[in-house]
Design a binder for this molecule. Sequence first.
Ligand SMILES: Cc1cc2nc3c(=O)[nH]c(=O)nc-3n(C[C@H](O)[C@H](O)[C@H](O)COP(=O)(O)OP(=O)(O)OC[C@H]3O[C@@H](n4cnc5c(N)ncnc54)[C@H](O)[C@@H]3O)c2cc1C
Length: 372
Amino acid sequence: MNADIVVAGSGIAASAAMLYLRQSGYSVIQIAPPEKASEKIGETLSCSANRIIKELGIWELFLSRKYLIHDTVFSAWENSSLTRQSRFSAGEGSNWSIDRRDFEDFLRSHANHSYQRRLLNKIQNCSENVDGLSLELDDHTVIQARFVIDCSGRSAVIGRRFSQRHRVDNMICYYNFIKQSDTEIDPTIGIMVEAVAYGWWYSAVLPDNRMIISLYTYPDLVPQHLNRDLKAWLSVVYQAPLTSRRVESAGYLVQEAPVAVDAGMLIQEDISGRHWVAAGDALVSLDPLSSHGMTQALWSGCRAAEACIKSINGDYSAIDQLRQTMSLAIKAYQTELLQKYRSVQRYAEEPFWKRRGSLIFPMEKAPGKAGT
Ligand SMILES: Cc1cc2nc3c(=O)[nH]c(=O)nc-3n(C[C@H](O)[C@H](O)[C@H](O)COP(=O)(O)OP(=O)(O)OC[C@H]3O[C@@H](n4cnc5c(N)ncnc54)[C@H](O)[C@@H]3O)c2cc1C
């Protein structure tokens, strides 16, 4: 089977790339396994995403989803008292609390078009040849593509074959979606971030009135098997004075042990080759503290699709530009992230904050020419 372009994945980056490719005139095959039914974490969508959603031509449809505006952040970071900040940006508009599954389904439904094929498979292997990339799927089908956009998330199925993937850290996230038991109480909308000795907590009310509570820490700093032990989880929750007060005072109940997910940062040394380019988490998986992963996925999905079209036409400048932009963005991000963690002086001697304040990012390769 042949295609001009293959998009690997069906997450946010892949949908953005598919939407961008709608009118390209090229034959496109999207390859991704069926979506898992389990709930996905990540519901704060930064205002920087607004202009990309507009660029993709789905802004009015996005507004009709009626997600919550989340322009207030309550934060106990540098000191233990809670401060309130507005995140509204006059230039970019509001931040959102989305229903993550609904948002991904929404993007996917607008990204699917009859002239684009979708295969419900995993890519298992790939190799380069003069005409592009040859992809082997889990049912042994082989697809020959002139160009592949790797939107396969943390697994980076294409990028990994051609370049090194660096793990920056092994931070972990434990989270629960919790329900309100006392629905008479009107919960305060907004994000709350609380620094504690062993990590930081994030909580937010979602559009369906559930609350997400999540702890970002290292596996060795909390009880073993926390994700299987409700009692241990409750005791950890109650060590976070502001988060536990928020849960209780708004009438929410923690009734289950948390889910644990990898929240470590991963950086792809090379983000593109002669016949491929990475987007979204396949390109770089950010620290969730920035709440920019989805925006980065939307943005890089578009730019990767743009670069892919140009590359097929023999113009590699867009790929070089994407490399340079990402290289600068990662450097700026590193500086900002370290400053943010180092600003928590009250826990400076605690292992979590020592480790976060001394994160070492891999040396980036000097941006080279595509195809080298
Ligand atoms: C704990 C946590 C909290 C977060 N919270 C936020 C938040 O509040 N706000 C925010 O903006 N971001 C957040 N993020 C980041 C955000 O979720 C990601 O950056 C974003 O989902 C990346 O989208 P993606 O499309 O690149 O990857 P994914 O959503 O991971 O999609 C990858 C796709 O590739 C497919 N795939 C995998 N392997 C293969 C293969 N071999 N062949 C074919 N397909 C394959 C998968 O099935 C999937 O469809 C958070 C991340 C974490 C870990």
